[in-house]
Design a protein around this ligand. Structure first.
Ligand SMILES: [Zn+2]
Length: 405
């Protein structure tokens, strides 16, 4: 019986057709070869009139599990959909990298999971401190090292017809990444799916154990915002499975172009490397490229030896303190960092100090929000080994009931 989903050959033909349809916007290339010598295709879709350093970078992949066919269909569908004129705005703000088949041999054989001649499961390809375990993994690693995506969505499928449009499985990050934000984004995606007529939601699951697949590696090493999604297979006709996935992906692309409450620049929630509203650590830099490098440096520093980051639970002497230790083992120090904290909405900010030295007035901003006064401080220097402290001194027009101990 004929497979209703695109076969490996269909995917290759469709990639070339998409690039031919929109020269200059969609570019096709081979990024490497599988263990059995099959081509791994990449479509780069973006508006060349806007420089790439002013865009965020999104990686969408499919075909990691060769028998989860909806993944490759959704990835291809996204590339084609983005060529429609109403989606041009996304291409002005983002570089979209589409790898519809990360595992060509598995896809050609309709086999689950394993790559590298069927020997290596996807979760064992990107082990820490080791080169990628497979040819497929090496090609993908080279691609992401060149671009450092801000967000990565690896589209799978519930093979065998399980129901649940786009269950969201999050790769673990080993620094405290804003879990509430992940849930917020997942909920937005669910609404978008329901609005498009596909209300089936799978379960939301956080991976608490490290996964050594590509999204896990990107999240750990680059602070990339990653999700593994499961599309419904064989419950709808294929066209509907694809539409259900696209509705969610297009919504998350919009989210990636919004300035969220705790952010300063539009981007995926990866702009918060650690922390949340009460105290956030954010990348430093003028454009997306600089901030991506900064995010990577901060993420690496955290991995190398920053056991915690946060705001002290009590503001003593009307001073909010954000602190983090940098251990001797740390080799990577970022050139700068941005800190953000929310204070009582009646607070008057007097000064911001880094290691006791007052920052220049141009180096911090504050603005009122419904939740409080947000203070954002740019520290244009590397943190030190040992304890690092940023202090925000303020006044409030009321007295405390008790002085904090
Ligand atoms: Zn899968």
């Amino acid at each position: 019986m004929e497979c209703p989903y695109p076969t490996y050959e269909d995917v290759m033909n469709e990639c070339r057709a998409i690039a031919a349809q929109a020269p200059g916007i969609a570019a096709y290339q081979e990024i490497g070869r599988s263990a059995q010598g099959r081509s791994i295709p990449l479509l780069t879709v973006t508006d060349p009139a806007i420089p790439d350093e002013r865009k965020s970078v999104l990686l969408v992949s499919g075909g990691t599990d060769g028998n989860e066919e909806v993944g490759r269909a959704v990835a291809l569908g996204l590339a084609r959909t983005l060529l429609e004129p109403q989606h041009r705005v996304h291409l002005q703000r983002q570089v979209v990298l589409v790898v519809p088949v990360t595992n060509p041999d598995g896809t050609a054989g309709n086999l689950p999971d394993k790559q590298g001649n069927g020997a290596v499961p996807a979760t064992q390809v990107h082990l820490p401190g080791q080169p990628p375990a497979t040819a497929e993994g090496r090609a993908l690693r080279e691609l992401v090292e060149a671009w450092i995506p801000d967000a990565h969505f690896d589209f799978h499928g519930l093979a065998g017809g399980g129901m649940g449009d786009s269950a969201y499985l999050y790769p673990t990050v080993n620094h405290k990444w804003s879990i509430p934000t992940l849930y917020e984004v997942a909920r937005e995606m669910s609404f978008a799916g329901a609005k498009a007529g596909y209300p089936q939601d799978g379960q939301l699951r956080l991976w608490m154990e490290p996964r050594h697949n590509l999204p896990g590696w990107l999240a750990r090493n680059h602070g990339c915002f990653c999700m593994v999604l499961e599309g419904t297979e064989n419950y709808y006709p294929i066209e509907d499975s694809v539409r259900a996935g696209l509705a969610r992906l297009l919504r998350v692309m919009e989210i990636g172009e919004e300035v969220r409450f705790f952010q300063h620049h539009a981007n995926y929630p990866c702009d918060v490397v650690s922390g949340g509203r009460m105290a956030a650590l954010m990348p430093f830099g003028e454009d997306y490229t600089a901030r991506r490098r900064s995010r990577r440096a901060i993420s690496q520093m955290i991995l190398e030896g920053v056991p915690w980051f946060g705001r002290t639970p009590v503001d003593r002497g009307w001073t909010a303190t954000i602190a983090f230790p940098v251990e001797e083992s740390v080799k990577t120090l970022p050139e700068g960092m941005v800190f953000q904290a929310t204070l009582d909405r009646r607070a008057q900010i007097n000064a911001v100090r880094w290691h006791g030295r007052e920052l220049e007035r141009a180096q911090w901003q504050s603005w009122p929000t419904q939740a409080g006064i947000v203070v954002r401080a740019q520290v244009p220097e590397a943190p030190r080994r040992g304890m690092n402290e940023l202090k925000i001194a303020y006044e409030v027009p009321f007295r405390r009931h008790v002085e904090p101990q």
